[in-house]
Design a protein around this ligand. Structure first.
Ligand SMILES: [Zn+2]
Length: 160
């Protein structure tokens, strides 16, 4: 029988960890984003590790932007609702334990997550100029970068 090159610990693994599971779900959610420049997905888990819901960045529900809108990368920024903002519309303060987000929360979103009582935040990609680390350190929120999780192959999953 050919030997596998996986580490013994990997061989014993039969399922995703909670953070891996969360990031995989956030990744799938990001694929629903209508933003051609930056697709961000997020998921929230409650204290029993049950999924509260998923969200992604985009324009306000019901607003349909025409093709011209998406041509100006900088102009669109102020209108985009971040994935974390949409996510927080799904729960009330204290009902959430952790969130995973494909991009590091920006300063404003990290403040909001602190206000909602989030205890753990996992992110995949860094976000420039975010003060997330300082905010999480001050409020005792665990902030962890997680880049190693099962990859999802999709035709939607590549930068334009
Ligand atoms: Zn944000």
């Amino acid at each position: 029988m050919p030997s596998k090159k996986s580490k013994p610990a990997d061989a014993l693994r039969s399922r995703l960890t909670i953070p891996e599971y969360a990031m995989a779900l956030a990744h799938v959610a990001s694929l629903r984003s209508e933003d051609p420049f930056r697709k961000v997905g997020a998921v929230a888990f409650d204290h029993d590790n049950r999924v509260i819901g998923t969200a992604y960045n985009g324009l306000a529900p019901g607003f349909d932007a025409d093709h011209e809108f998406w041509l100006d990368r900088d102009q669109r920024r102020k209108f985009m609702l971040h994935a974390e903002v949409n996510l927080c519309s799904l729960f009330t303060r204290g009902n959430v334990k952790l969130i995973a987000c494909t991009t590091e929360p920006c300063t404003s979103c990290t403040q909001m997550l602190a206000a909602y009582g989030v205890k753990e935040i996992y992110f995949r990609d860094g976000y420039p100029d975010s003060e997330a680390r300082a905010i999480c350190d001050l409020y005792g929120i665990k902030l962890t970068q997680l880049t190693d999780y099962p990859l999802i192959i999709s035709e939607f999953d590549s930068p334009k």
